[in-house]
Design a protein around this ligand. Structure first.
Ligand code: KIV
Ligand code: ZN
Length: 555
C-alpha cells in the first residue's frame, strides 16, 4: 500500500488563527507530541516573522528534529520552515531548520490572477521568474524544497502547469496545491490534482501534496479527493485550527483513510492512539475549544445518548460505532478513580490516558488536585483527569500564581472579590475590587495587583462532565490594551497583527476556574514580552543583518 505523508502545519497555519498564540515552550511540547503521533513533516513556523518565531523553529529543529522514539516510520520528523518567495525569507527559514537531521524549506507564491493583480502587482511572466529564482535559491541550500502556488484553487490550471513545471526544473521536490480560500468542491479539486499530475512536465519526479481550507466545510472532502487523485502528502492541522474557518483536520483525514481502506488504498504513519491526547494538548495551549460534536475529537464523538442507540450498542457495538474509541486513544471506561485511589493507581491511569512523560513535580501537583477533587466529587472520570492535567501541566510558567480568592455576590449585593496572588518576587500581594458580576470583580482585583492593561476578547465556560458536581473549564482570550504591541506577521498578507493570548483553568468553582484562566492568559502575555526581549538579545547580531523591512515591501 502507498503511504500518504502527513505534513502538520498546526504550528504555522494553525497558529495564524486569532488567539492561538503559542510560546516557545508550548510549541516545543506540541512538536514533541506531533513526533509521537507519527507526523512525517512538521511545519514549525514562519522564521522571518520575528526573532521569537525564528527561535521557536530553531529549537524545534534542534530538540525535536532528531527524535525517533515510538515512530512507526522509524525516521525522525522533517522540520519545515515557511518562506515567501524571496531570498531573505528563504535564507532565514533555512537557518532555522538546518540543524534538524531532516529539514525542508517551504516557499510559496500566489498564482491566481486575483492575487497577482491586486496583491503582488506582478504579471504571470514575473511570477514564473520569481518562482524559478526562489526555488533555485532554496535548492542551493537544501535538498528538500516544497513549493506552493498560493490560491491554486482559483488559478488557471494551464498557468499552474507552467509554474509547477518551472518549479520542478528549478529543483522542487514536493509540489503542494493549496485551496487557500476554501473555494473548490471535491470534484473540482480532485480533477485539478489529476490534471496537474498528468500535464506538468516532470510530475513523476515530485511528491504531490494538498492543502485545503474549510471556508465551505469541504476541507476534509477536498483533501481526500486529492488523495484519490494521486496526492501523497496531506497538509493538515490538529483539530482543524487555522485562519478563518481553519485548515483540514489531521484526525479526520487520518481516520477516514484508516476506517475506509477500500476507498483510498493508502496508509499513513500516524499512531492513531495519540490523537486524543494531541487534540487536548493543542486545544489547551491554543485556547481554541473543540466543539462537542466535532468528528473524532469532540466530547460527543463517541457518546451515545439516545436510548435506541444505547440499546443497539449493548447488543453489538458495530450497530452505531464505525470506529472504536480506543483507536483514537480515548478509553471507553467512564468511572475511573475515587477518593480511596492511591498514587500508583492514579499514575497508571494517567499513563493509560497517554500522559507518559510527566516529571515528578507535575505528577505530584496533578495527584494533589485529583485528591482534592475526589473529596468533592463522587465519581472522577477520565475527562476530569484530563482537565486536571490540562490545568496543572499544560500551563505557561507561573509568573503570578493564584493563592486565594474570595467572592461575595447575589441579587442583593454588589459583587466583591478579594484576591491574594504570589508574584515574581515570591511575596504575597492582596487586593479587592467590585465588579458587575463575580468574574468581573475577580478580574478587576487581579488587575489592581498586576497592573497590566488588556482587553477581554473571548470568555467561555464549559462543564467537563455531566452532573451538578462537575468541574468547570474556563477558556479566555485577552489582547494587550491599545494594540500597542505587534507580535505577528501574516506570511500571506505580509501584514503585522497584534497577537492575543489565551488561557484556561479548571475547578469545581466557576469563579476559581475563571480566575485561573485569566492568570494563565496574563502569564502567557507577560512571558511573551520577556521572551521577545531575551530572544532579541540572543540573536541581535544575526537579526541585525537580515533586511526585514525590505522583505516585507517586496512581498
Ligand atoms: O493556504 C495557503 O495557501 C498557505 C500557503 C502558505 C501554503 O497556507
Ligand atoms: Zn493555508
Amino acid at each position: 500500500m502507498d503511504t500518504v505523508l502527513v505534513f502538520d502545519t498546526t504550528l504555522r497555519d494553525g497558529e495564524q488563527s486569532p488567539g492561538a498564540t503559542l510560546n516557545v515552550e508550548e510549541k516545543l511540547e506540541i512538536a514533541r507530541q506531533l513526533s509521537r503521533l507519527g507526523v512525517d513533516i512538521c511545519e514549525a513556523g514562519f522564521p522571518i516573522a520575528s526573532p521569537g518565531d525564528f527561535e521557536a523553529v530553531r529549537r524545534i529543529a534542534e530538540e525535536v528534529g532528531p527524535l525517533t522514539d515510538g515512530r512507526k516510520s522509524g525516521l525522525p520528523m522533517t522540520i519545515a520552515g515557511l518562506a515567501r518567495a524571496n531570498k531573505d525569507d528563504i535564507q532565514r527559514a533555512y537557518d532555522a531548520v538546518k540543524v534538524a537531521p531532516r529539514h525542508r524549506i517551504h516557499t510559496f507564491l500566489a498564482t491566481s490572477d486575483i492575487h497577482l493583480r491586486h496583491k503582488l502587482k506582478i504579471d504571470r511572466e514575473e511570477c514564473v521568474e520569481q518562482v524559478t529564482t526562489a526555488v533555485t535559491f532554496a535548492r542551493s541550500l537544501c535538498d528538500d524544497v516544497e513549493f506552493s502556488p498560493e490560491d491554486a484553487g482559483r488559478s488557471d490550471p494551464d498557468f499552474l502547469v507552467q509554474v509547477l513545471g518551472q518549479a520542478i526544473k528549478a529543483g522542487a521536490t514536493t509540489l503542494n496545491i493549496p485551496d487557500t480560500v476554501g473555494y473548490t468542491t471535491p470534484e473540482e479539486f480532485g480533477w485539478l490534482i489529476k490534471y496537474l499530475r498528468e500535464n506538468t512536465p516532470g510530475a513523476d519526479k515530485v511528491v504531490w501534496s494538498v492543502h485545503c481550507h474549510d471556508d465551505l466545510g469541504l476541507a476534509t472532502a477536498n483533501t481526500l479527493a486529492g488523495v484519490q487523485n494521486g496526492a501523497r502528502q496531506v497538509e493538515v492541522t490538529v483539530n482543524g485550527i487555522g485562519e478563518r474557518a481553519g485548515n483540514t483536520s489531521l484526525e479526520e483525514v487520518v481516520m477516514a483513510i484508516q476506517t475506509r481502506p477500500q476507498n483510498f488504498s493508502v496508509q499513513t504513519n500516524i499512531d492513531t492512539t495519540q490523537i486524543t491526547k494531541t487534540s487536548r494538548m493543542v486545544s489547551a495551549y491554543t485556547g481554541m475549544v473543540v466543539q462537542p460534536n466535532k468528528a473524532i475529537v469532540g466530547a460527543n464523538a463517541f457518546a451515545h445518548e439516545a436510548g435506541i442507540h444505547q440499546d443497539g450498542m449493548l447488543k453489538n457495538q458495530q450497530t452505531y460505532e464505525i470506529m472504536r474509541p480506543e483507536t483514537v486513544g480515548l478509553n471507553a471506561s467512564k468511572l475511573v478513580l475515587g477518593k480511596h485511589s492511591g498514587r500508583h493507581a492514579f499514575r497508571t491511569r494517567i499513563e493509560e490516558l497517554g500522559y507518559t512523560d510527566l516529571d515528578k513535580e507535575e505528577l505530584d501537583a496533578a495527584f494533589k488536585r485529583f485528591k482534592r477533587l475526589a473529596d468533592k466529587k463522587k465519581v472522577v472520570t477520565d475527562a476530569d483527569i484530563q482537565a486536571i492535567i490540562a490545568d496543572e501541566v499544560f500551563q505557561p510558567p507561573e509568573i503570578w500564581k493564584l493563592e486565594q480568592i474570595q467572592i461575595s455576590c447575589g441579587d442583593h449585593s454588589i459583587p466583591t472579590a478579594s484576591v491574594c496572588l504570589v508574584g515574581p518576587d515570591g511575596e504575597q500581594h492582596r487586593d479587592a475590587a467590585l465588579g458587575t458580576g463575580p468574574v468581573d470583580a475577580a478580574y478587576q482585583a487581579i488587575n489592581r495587583i498586576i497592573g497590566v492593561r488588556n482587553r477581554l476578547m473571548e470568555f467561555t465556560i464549559n462543564a467537563v462532565t455531566e452532573g451538578l458536581d462537575a468541574q468547570a473549564e474556563a477558556t479566555i482570550r485577552i489582547q494587550p490594551e491599545n494594540g500597542e504591541r505587534e507580535y505577528g506577521l501574516n506570511p500571506q498578507t505580509s501584514q503585522a497583527f497584534v497577537r492575543s493570548f489565551s488561557g484556561h483553568g479548571a475547578s469545581t468553582d466557576i469563579v476559581v476556574a475563571s480566575a485561573r484562566a485569566y492568570l494563565s492568559a496574563l502569564n502567557k502575555m507577560l512571558a511573551a514580552r520577556e521572551e521577545e526581549v531575551s530572544v532579541v538579545a540572543v540573536n541581535s547580531e544575526q537579526w541585525a543583518v537580515s533586511s526585514f523591512g525590505e522583505t516585507t515591501a517586496n512581498c
